[in-house]
Design a protein around this ligand. Structure first.
Ligand code: GDP
Length: 570
């Protein structure tokens, strides 16, 4: 069928509007068209080649023995509760760390070898959103969430957020009650708070281990590691090292020297240099592997975090990576994926323009803050964009006009200047020429290393765009009891202040028989012969209304002021 006929059938016969040549059709829509034009339609799943590839891989794994593997742990908690300090304390005790001379690589994950020989992998992704966005892509890397709660501060908003994320993902939680060295530490209270939030401490018959620790004095670190390993044992985490490698992308970046560098965590099998791998839309040969201590390695088994070089396109966090044996089939999958990615972005683009246009027509008054976002790794960029998008309301929107990996450059600044945007760097710095350009152009650059703070500030900026709310405050009431005619002033109202007070500078509403007849201001307010600013309840006074002479005895006057109150987003 010609595309035009297809769109006509959809629009006029089936009443499905808004489709164009780049639109995707749902299976239902396709079947409806089939019925309408009397054709038999068989819907073939697009991922067939990929599914075949996966089952090949599984077949290759089938008769290989499984072995226990190291657990993958993510630390979560409220800001300043000591997540970083705890991770540092654990890393300092890493036996392998000493050997490598303490050179640590930021590869989003690293393995810690404890002095008793236990091994666990720490997945160090920025913020809770990263955990969730990775999960949204179908990758469940984390076996255990260590929830860090400060004993002197207790359960805070991000603690609850972390509980929600971990519970929703069905991930085992171990609680580390940190800062127990502090005299004001109240671990008991923390346990009670956690119990209220649904985490029942083991010692009270519940299921959640809660270990009292201190990152500062290293108290309880052994117990914490012991608990993590115990949970891992109960979960019977296992993998096959003698099989083709499979991994999940933790982060990816473009390096000027090394090209695409992908940080992955091997989930099963063994990944080797020179392996052919499929990852996202990229089918490539592994050029090099680097471990979490910056050492070149030849192969990596299950639960090993590594940086991998050789891909020709940037994958997304959460993407899977497989070692390929059937290159022909893998090519099919890679091409298929690239095609989908292209069509998707085309479809998204045309949808965007239609939507923006409609938005522009319908709501000319929508305020927005514009942001240019630069981040160090893909793993931060997407979650930040998503969190920002969540702030959007009917009245005010965040518009990320540009986002990319890398440092803040002069180009970013000039774009910001041109569009009235602010530049935000997440774990990303501005070079000197960018800083100078920003100063000259009056462009704001802000730096963050905590997503929560970034979002909070964006929220503040958005709130600044909201029109303030006008709140009326009633000051008092007066009643007109007599009217004096003056050739100079017009009608003067002789009033009695019934309650509150009346103020010369306030607004006034005059009502008669329950109906408001006039709203305005005073031209003068007098007590006896003097001009005054205020008259209190229980006193008499004379007043003249501005531009209103038609006053009567018995009229009621209400005095009020209008305050502008700053509005907030929630
Ligand atoms: P994060 O925001 O959760 O990563 O928290 P940090 O690790 O940056 O810690 C926040 C503050 O708490 C820092 O000033 C740390 O020195 C302090 N801190 C962290 N752990 C402890 C601890 O166990 N005891 C005490 N007394 N202070 C701690």
């Amino acid at each position: 069928m010609k595309v035009n006929d297809l769109i006509a059938t959809l629009t006029f016969k089936l009443g499905v509007i808004g489709k164009n040549i780049n639109s995707f059709l749902t299976n239902d829509e396709v079947e409806l068209i089939g019925l309408e034009v009397n054709r038999n339609i068989k819907i073939v799943e697009r991922q067939e080649a990929e599914a075949e590839l996966l089952s090949d891989l599984q077949a290759a794994h089938a008769d290989v023995d499984t072995e226990p593997r190291a657990p993958v742990v993510t630390f979560m908690g409220h800001v300043d509760h000591g997540k970083t300090s705890l991770l540092d304390a654990l890393r300092k005790s890493d036996v392998a760390e000493g050997e490598a001379g303490g050179i640590t690589q930021h590869i989003g994950a690293y393995k810690v070898t404890w002095h008793d020989g236990s091994e666990f992998v720490v997945l160090d992704t920025p913020g809770h959103e990263a955990f969730t966005s990775m999960r949204a892509r179908g990758a469940k890397l984390t076996d255990i969430v260590v929830l860090v709660v400060a004993a002197d501060d207790g359960v805070m908003p991000q603690t609850e957020e972390a509980i929600a994320h971990a519970t929703d993902a069905g991930t085992k939680i171990v609680v580390a009650i940190n800062k127990c060295d502090k005299p004001e530490a109240r671990p008991m209270q923390v346990k009670q708070q956690l119990a209220v939030k649904g985490l029942q401490p083991e010692e009270w018959g519940g299921e959640v281990a809660m270990v009292e620790v201190s990152a500062t004095t290293r108290l309880g670190l052994d117990a914490l590691v012991e608990r993590i390993m115990l949970e891992a044992e109960i979960m019977q985490l296992s993998a096959k090292s003698d099989a083709p490698g499979e991994a999940v992308v933790v982060e990816s970046r473009q390096s000027p020297e090394q090209g695409v560098v992908v940080n992955v965590l091997v989930t099963n099998g063994t990944l080797r240099v020179k392996d052919t791998v499929l990852c996202g839309g990229s089918l490539a040969r592994v050029r090099g592997l680097v471990d979490d201590h910056g050492r070149q390695i030849k192969d990596a088994g299950p639960s090993t975090p590594i940086a991998l070089m050789g891909l020709d396109a940037l994958p997304m966090p959460g993407d899977r990576l497989y070692v390929i044996t059937d290159v022909k089939k893998a090519k099919e999958v890679a091409e298929d994926r690239q095609r989908t990615a292209r069509t998707l972005s085309l479809a998204e683009r045309s949808k965007m323009t239609a939507e923006t246009l409609r938005a522009q027509l319908e709501q000319r008054t929508v305020e927005e803050i514009k942001i240019i976002l630069k981040a160090d790794v893909m793993g931060s960029l997407e979650p930040i964009r998503q969190s920002l998008a969540k702030l959007n309301t009917e009245e005010v929107k965040v518009n990320v006009i540009h986002s990319a990996l890398g440092g803040i450059t002069e180009t970013d600044v000039s774009l910001a200047q041109a569009s009235g945007a602010m530049v935000i760097g997440f774990n990303s710095v501005a070079d000197q020429s960018a800083r100078q350009a920003a100063e000259r152009a009056g462009v704001t650059i802000r730096f963050y290393d905590v997503i929560y703070n970034l979002i909070d500030d964006a929220k503040l900026a958005m709130e600044g765009k909201l029109k303030p709310e006008e709140v009326e405050e009633v000051l008092g009431h007066a009643e007109i009891r007599a009217i004096f005619r003056s050739s100079k002033f017009g009608n003067i109202a002789g009033c009695f202040v019934v309650d509150g007070l009346v103020r010369r500078a306030a607004s006034v509403r005059l009502s008669r028989d329950g109906r408001v007849v006039y709203t305005g201001a005073l031209a003068s307010l007098r007590r006896e012969k003097d001009d005054v600013r205020e008259v209190k309840g229980g006193f008499e006074c004379g007043m003249v209304l501005k531009d209103f002479n038609d006053i009567k005895e018995g009229d009621q006057l209400e005095f009020f002021t209008v305050k502008l109150v700053k509005r907030t987003l929630d």
